[in-house]
Design a protein around this ligand. Sequence first.
Ligand code: MN
Length: 313
Amino acid sequence: MTQYQTLGHQEDTSLVANTFGFCRAPLCFNPYEVPADIAITGVPFDMATSGRSGTRFGPQGIRGISAQLDWEHCRYPWHFCLKDVIKFIDCGDLVYPFGDSKAMAQALEAHTLKLLQSGKTCLTFGGDHFITLPLLRAHHKHLGQKISLLHFDAHSDTYANGSDCDHGTMFYHAPKEGLIDPHASVQVGIRTEYDPSLGFNVIHGALANDLTVDEIVSRITDTVKDNPVYLSFDIDCLDPAYAPGTGTPVCGGLTTDKVLKIVRQLTHLNIIGFDVVEVAPPYDHGDITSLAAATLALDFMYVHAVHSGKAPQ
Ligand SMILES: [Mn+2]
């Protein structure tokens, strides 16, 4: 397995030392020039939250606990070592003028577009869910066509009210801006008020708990087909038992086991980008929520490696 060089150019396999980047990757501050398959960016932003803040600590929470996932050569249940087949870099956190939500959105869109233009797939750690709107703008600009959204969440985030920078309104604005096609998009785990007339295919929380993993994957596949898909995972899709560390928890959610099984079956989809958002470590216990997010993020990269054909058959 590929090991990163540390102090004195030694190889270090510790689960607690040198945990600066995701899965102990060294931070890369010139990500546009460095060749890589996937670029990870943290966005320590929580000014668009309607409930409890704290997701500004999400990136460091996810990175910290991710060291626990780095000791396996082949991450269970995958049969290959990710670092042997793809290269991912962690560019640290987005720099933006603190207190200025619109400037954050512009900086994140510009940064993401530059990563995409340098041939990388982006994996972004929130931060609150508002960050997904500038991420979608960048992907749409790069691709030049409407995207399918695969959205895991307790909330539809399609509310028309609220300000321009509100973590409950992104998927009201994204179709209006022409970024995504709701009819080719799926929302999984919703268990708060939503408007079916907006066109999204909703697998609501109770239904998602009753359907099998295969049935959910079939519904996702039938809806998004071979469209480019952006996968946005709000950690509050999980039940508060599995993800207490989040700003707006809602009972009746999915288990970590079930969402991991769903995600691991998405290797056939044309997924063009990923985010995991709304991890709020101040409300977490024993890093349960950060660990769920880190595990999902790692599995996103395994899914990408299989889809890209770089994983051994
Ligand atoms: Mn949510």
